[in-house]
Design a protein around this ligand. Structure first.
Ligand code: HEC
Ligand code: HEC
Length: 388
């Protein structure tokens, strides 16, 4: 391999539109490669193709370096700085009624697994604001997009032996959810929010797995994801191994609320990213992350341009109904799962959001999108914001 340094921008052409992937820097020596950056910053931003639903974006930046060889040009190869992944584990989680209940709650509430891992009657981006999707065959997965050249498939995670997860071990599940490596050793495409889920405590992870594995098996045959080169290789930089146990701080309500803001992807969707996909410093929860030409996430900090006027009751109502008063929320905001969160959790989440730094950043999806110097995106009221 020749040395070189460059920025790789790759894209998956999908139908009429473009699903943009951003690269970062890739430096190669004779047998050493360092990949730095973030590999998926925005999907369906300015020109969402038909059939591509709004998605979560779950990447922050990573640096990986390691040996490179001819063999590691596929995503299944672990040798690009990911030698760690060759380790295998044999975690097995005891099935207890407590875990089953907790897992059911997390999966159908804050973690929103079935938002992606289910079939839908109508793609999410076709929903009217405020309309809840109709899911069926929960857990059986769906094809996100497929244009013949590139395909992204959300796998069937029900215990069907032939088309689902019937033969996967608990350990393989655990690694996929928190660390981004599939049961077959492949790097999972980072639409799967493993970067958020790495915050799941060991006990919550076990609970999710115990519950998912109790689902009725559903037969749903789908082709495998086909991620084109070089993206297939770039995504190898996304997973990060976990070496230490992860605990949940349950001692006070703000810590519990903060935990929910992570595993509920709130911070991910509500923090705008820079060109390489890193969260913009100083913009935590300030909104502006783009989900479609006219849809960005809202500022949910306690600033007057955010949700300072919310009280606990209004927050709970928004999360349960997808409406702020008469205003319906656009579909990327998965309130239809958050509505299953119990009052205590919603209250703690709100209490935590009250304590985050207020950031002045005007965002209004009902106005025409204009350039914003603060988040570098284009959204309603964008012209009213100064630079960071
Ligand atoms: C935003 C969409 C999204 C959400 C939410 C999501 N997933 Fe995924 N998941 C994916 C995609 C996409 C893949 C496959 C990526 C690939 O094939 O490269 C995947 C892959 C997986 C895999 C690996 C399957 C294999 O072949 O080894 C498991 C296990 C999994 N998800 C479980 C979960 C669980 C459990 C949750 C909730 C805690 C969840 N996912 C939430 C999109 C999602
Ligand atoms: C997949 C991305 C996504 C996730 C995950 C997400 N949001 Fe949102 N959220 C959005 C978008 C986009 C909007 C803007 C919708 C609109 O303006 O119609 C929004 C709007 C909101 C609003 C309405 C603000 C207002 O008054 O305009 C609140 C409150 C909110 N989100 C809170 C949360 C919380 C709390 C979480 C985590 C539990 C969360 N969101 C997770 C994308 C997301």
């Amino acid at each position: 391999m020749k040395s070189g340094m460059g920025t790789l921008i790759s894209s998956l052409i999908c139908g009429a539109g473009l699903v943009a992937m951003t690269g970062g820097a890739i430096a190669q020596g004779n047998d050493q490669v360092t990949i730095e950056g973030t590999w998926l910053s925005k999907v369906t931003t300015s020109n969402p193709p038909p059939g591509v639903p709004p998605v979560f974006l779950s990447l922050s930046s990573h640096t990986r370096s390691g040996e490179v060889s001819e063999a590691n040009t596929t995503s299944a190869d672990r040798s690009v700085g990911l030698g760690e992944w060759t380790r295998t584990g044999n975690r097995q989680f005891e099935r207890t009624p407590e875990r089953l209940a907790r897992g059911k709650y997390l999966v159908n509430g804050p973690a929103a697994c079935f938002d992606c891992h289910s079939q839908v009657e109508k793609e999410l981006d076709k929903l009217a604001p405020g309309e809840a999707p109709k899911f069926h065959d929960l857990g059986s997965g769906r094809v996100f997009f497929d244009d013949g050249k590139a395909r992204l498939v959300v796998p069937n995670i029900t215990p069907d032996v032939e088309t689902g997860a019937g033969t996967w071990t608990d350990d393989q599940f655990a690694r996929a959810i928190r660390e981004g490596i599939g049961h077959d050793g492949r790097t999972l495409f980072p639409l799967m929010p493993y970067d958020d889920f790495r915050n799941l405590s060991d006990e919550d992870l076990a609970s999710i797995i115990v519950y998912i594995r109790s689902l009725p098996p559903i037969r749903h045959e789908m082709a495998k994801s086909k991620i084109p080169f070089p993206l297939s290789r770039l995504i190898n930089a996304a997973p990060q191994p976990l070496y230490k146990p992860v605990a949940r701080n349950t001692s006070d309500k703000l810590s519990r609320g903060e935990y929910l803001s992570k595993i509920g992807h709130c911070i991910n969707c509500h923090t705008p990213k820079d060109k390489s996909g890193k969260p913009l410093p100083g913009m935590q929860f300030a909104g502006g992350e783009q989900f479609g030409p006219d849809v960005v996430s809202a500022n949910i900090t306690p600033d007057p341009s955010g949700i300072s006027y919310y009280d606990e009751q209004l927050f709970i109502k928004v999360m349960r109904t997808g409406h702020v008063g008469a205003r319906p929320l656009h579909s990327p905001m998965p309130w239809w799962f958050f509505k299953n969160m119990n009052d205590d959790d919603l209250k703690e989440l709100f209490a935590y959001l009250r304590t985050v730094k207020p950031i002045h950043h005007r965002v209004d999806n009902s106005e025409t999108a204009t350039q914003c110097k603060q988040c570098n995106g284009k959204h309603g009221d964008g012209e009213q914001n100064g630079s960071l």
